[in-house]
Structure formats: structure tokens, C-alpha cells
Design a protein around this ligand. Structure first.
Ligand SMILES: NC(=O)c1ccc[n+]([C@@H]2O[C@H](COP(=O)([O-])OP(=O)(O)OC[C@H]3O[C@@H](n4cnc5c(N)ncnc54)[C@H](OP(=O)(O)O)[C@@H]3O)[C@@H](O)[C@H]2O)c1
Length: 256
């Protein structure tokens, strides 16, 4: 997948992508850096992987900072923003990409803690760094976005409900964001081929990926979906603040 952002189009811009040490976040941060932005790669505990991504960006002439922070730990989040402020003086784009809830041994409420409470806390913490004209992008799945109207796989349901709760809580901040001149867009995609989550769900529901691919006509891969997330940071924002990636005709849109 080629970079949807033109070279130099983000010169001077500062972008933080949460959970960018792997998967969709890692590819997204790569597109921003190639377009000239100074990027902040956030990771939870995979420092070596984050450092590898940052080194590759620097070798290509880009600018990257890696900052470890467990987003469910408010002190760790504050320390991340203090560092970003000290190094970059602010942010032009914040991508809320990090997500989870299917990890084992994390406690029953972990999905809500990460996908709702931590997202709100991260955005609140970022407000001091986001200037008028900046943009926040929240990444989610169709299975989560439409969970109130369209059932999903039982193993994914707690994650879907928590991600939708997070999306709702962020949308509730729209008046405050508007007043501060900060734009907000949700990017929603179907199952993404090649991700750990999709692979896990396929293992528990054999045929799940094939049947979604057949129904949707096409499933995006990591680099294709990351290109949509990166584009969402600069493209005009749809009236309902939602950028749907791929076909949504199988999902009940009565609440859209
Ligand atoms: N996978 C799909 O099929 C799919 C479909 C549609 C939408 N999406 C959305 O796309 C986004 C990225 O998905 P993905 O599949 O690429 O995710 P992933 O491979 O599970 O990566 C998650 C990222 O989040 C980080 N992370 C997890 N818990 C964290 C915490 N407590 N604090 C800080 N960082 C944390 C991880 O860091 P470490 O590596 O350090 O643990 C990793 O960088 C998510 O919002 C997801 O809902 C995914």
C-alpha cells in the first residue's frame, strides 16, 4: 500500500499514535512520518519493537520519539504528555488507536478500563497540548461501532461493548472539543486481515474471516486500513463524525 499522504504535506506537524509499536498503529505512524510529521510512538511494554520502528523512520530522514506508557495508568499517561510537551511543545494530531481486552489474566473490567476510561483520560490529558485546528482520530471496528444494533462473536462482545462505550464517552466531549477548536473523527473498519485480533477470533470461530470477506466483498489488510486512519487525520470530516472503511451494508444502521 502506498502512502496516501503526500511527501512534505505534514512538515512541521506533531502526531502521537497510541499503541503504535505494532499492527495498525505502527503502519499509521509510518505514513505520518513519511509525510514529514514528527511522530510519537507510544507502546505499553514492547520498547524494542517501538525503537525499531523509530530507527527505521530516522534512517529515512524522519523524526520519531518513543514513549512508553500504559494508558490504563493515569500517572504513566501524564508522564507521556509531559515528555511530549517538553520535546515537541504540543500536538497537531492525536490518534487513539491502542485497544485491547482479549488479553488473558487482566481482570473482568479490563476492556472497559482500557477502551473507555483510558481513552477519555488520554484525551483529557492531551487537551493542554492540542491547539485550535488540531484533530483527534478514534479507531474502532464496525463490530464495536454497531454493537448496539448488530450482534457480534461472543468472544469479542465485551471488547465491542467497551469500545462503543469509549466512543460514546469521547463523543460526549464534542462540545468541549468544538469550543477548543479541536476536530474529532471516528474511523471504523471491518475485521482486518493479518492482525492478532482477527487471527484469534478466527481460531475461536473457524471461518469467521472468510465469511466476513465474502459478505463484505473485501477485507482490508493492516497497511490498507492504516492508510485510511492516516487519511482521516487530514480529510474533511463526515457530518456524523464517522469514517466507515469498507462495506457496512451487513450492519444495522438504524442509529446512524
Ligand atoms: N484487528 C482488527 O481486526 C481491527 C478491526 C477494526 C478496527 N481495529 C482497531 O484498530 C486499532 C488497532 O488494532 P490492532 O489490531 O492493530 O491492535 P493490536 O495489534 O492489538 O495492537 C494494540 C496496540 O495497542 C497497544 N496497547 C495495548 N494495551 C495498551 C495499554 N494498556 N497501554 C498502551 N498501549 C497499549 C499495544 O502495545 P504493546 O505492543 O506494547 O502491547 C499495541 O501497540 C484498535 O483500535 C482496533 O479496535 C482493529
Amino acid at each position: 500500500m502506498s502512502n496516501p499522504l503526500a511527501a512534505g504535506s505534514l512538515d512541521g506537524k506533531r502526531v502521537l499514535v497510541t499503541g503504535s509499536s505494532r499492527g495498525i498503529g505502527a503502519d499509521t505512524v509510518g505514513y505520518f512520518a513519511e509525510a514529514g510529521a514528527s511522530v510519537v510512538i507510544n507502546y505499553r511494554n514492547k520498547e524494542a519493537r517501538a525503537a525499531k520502528i523509530a530507527n527505521a523512520i530516522r534512517e529515512n530522514g524522519g523524526q520519531a520519539l518513543i514513549v512508553g506508557a500504559d494508558l490504563t495508568d493515569p500517572e504513566s499517561v501524564q508522564a507521556m504528555f509531559d515528555r511530549v510537551n517538553a520535546e515537541l511543545g504540543g500536538l497537531d494530531v492525536l490518534v487513539l488507536n491502542a485497544s485491547g481486552g482479549m488479553e488473558s489474566g487482566m481482570g473482568d473490567d479490563y476492556a472497559m478500563t482500557l477502551n473507555r476510561d483510558a481513552q477519555v483520560n488520554v484525551l483529557k490529558g492531551a487537551l493542554a497540548l492540542l491547539e485550535p485546528g488540531s484533530r483527534v482520530v478514534f479507531v474502532t471496528s464496525h463490530q464495536a461501532h454497531f454493537i448496539r444494533t448488530t450482534p457480534t462473536m461472543p468472544e469479542y462482545e465485551p471488547v465491542a461493548r467497551s469500545k462503543r462505550a469509549g466512543e460514546d464517552a469521547l463523543r460526549a466531549m464534542l462540545p468541549e472539543l468544538d469550543a477548543a477548536g479541536i476536530e474529532f473523527v471516528v474511523v471504523s473498519g471491518d475485521m482486518i486481515e493479518g492482525t492478532i485480533t482477527a487471527t484469534l477470533l478466527e481460531r475461536m470461530n473457524p471461518g469467521a474471516i472468510g465469511s466476513r470477506r465474502e459478505s463484505a466483498g473485501k477485507l482490508y489488510n493492516v497497511s490498507e486500513f492504516a492508510a485510511e486512519v492516516a487519511s482521516a487525520a487530514i480529510d474533511p470530516i463526515p457530518a456524523n463524525h464517522t469514517r466507515y472503511v469498507g462495506d457496512i451494508s451487513d450492519f444495522d444502521q438504524s442509529e446512524e
